[in-house]
Design a protein around this ligand. Structure first.
Ligand code: KIV
Ligand code: NA
Length: 263
């Protein structure tokens, strides 16, 4: 089993092979994901909600992110590990340099940050310096207060055009991956076809190059699970079987089903 790199993921996109991403936060889950062949691990700032009990991701700090990236890296030396840049840690390009460095040195292979056009120059500068970047468009939870809640994005024509434009700008800036969260399936498909980097969907239909779910949702730990998620533990019975079922269902195009998607 060879370590997953950005090249592995580009090759999979080119060959039309779906890959699997799980947002998780600790060493034993990371080890289980390695056993199950999960390609990408996201140490998401969702940990503010899923692990730390906050209402949103705004309170998450660099120290939280580093603590969890280090734990995940200790548990898994095969999957590609992405670490989220927390709220306001990349408000300027200079801040992004300093904070992305810390996340990479904690053991991540890539950083993820939210936003489009305004962050494209930062993405260019990070990638030029050897730090791969995953973009994140659609529902960007760090902007929950500006968006007025956790809601589907890109439903009107103006928003859809802007999202497509943002995606192309991130692609041109050298981003290596793009998360699309809570986006109408048709728009996510259009963006996926328009960019060279692989796209990872969550509530973005089945046409993205990959899917991501949060481990808490996969295992039924979330009190009010979002529409796009699925509790795989109910059918699968134990944790490894749940991860394997999720992984198989993504690869075979069974997950997401229409009830997990938006239009
Ligand atoms: O923080 C996170 O887990 C994420 C994913 C849901 C994409 O950003
Ligand atoms: Na996140």
């Amino acid at each position: 089993q060879k370590a997953v790199t950005v090249n592995t993921l580009r090759k999979m996109k080119a060959e039309g092979e779906k890959f699997v991403t799980v947002a998780l936060y600790d060493a034993p889950m990371a080890a289980m994901a390695k056993k199950c062949g999960v390609q990408v691990l996201l140490v998401g700032d969702s940990l503010g909600m899923t692990v730390l009990g906050y209402d949103d991701t705004i309170p998450v700090t660099m120290e939280h992110m580093i603590y969890h990236v280090e734990a995940v890296r200790r548990g898994n030396n095969k999957s590609l590990i992405m670490g989220d840049m927390p709220f306001m840690s990349y408000a300027t390009t200079e801040q992004a340099f300093a904070n992305a460095t810390r996340i990479m040195q904690a053991g991540a292979h890539m950083v993820k940050l939210e936003g489009g056009e305004w962050v494209a120059d930062t993405v260019r500068q990070l990638t030029q310096r050897g730090i791969p970047v995953c973009g994140h468009l659609g529902l960007t939870p760090q902007s929950v207060n500006k968006l007025g809640g956790f809601r589907v994005q890109g439903r009107n024509d103006k928003q859809a055009k802007q999202m497509l434009r943002d995606a192309k700008l991130l692609d041109e800036a050298g981003a290596d991956l793009l998360v699309l969260e809570c986006v109408p399936s048709a728009l996510a498909a259009e963006i996926t076809a328009a960019v060279s980097m692989p796209t990872i969907g969550i509530g973005a239909g089945k046409e993205t190059d990959a899917q991501v779910l949060v481990i808490n949702d996969i295992l039924g730990l979330t009190e009010q699970p979002p529409k796009f998620s699925k509790n795989f533990l109910v059918e699968a019975g134990d944790i490894p079987s749940s991860l394997l079922k999720y992984s198989d269902d993504v690869k075979n195009g069974v997950f997401p089903a229409p009830e997990h998607c938006f239009d």
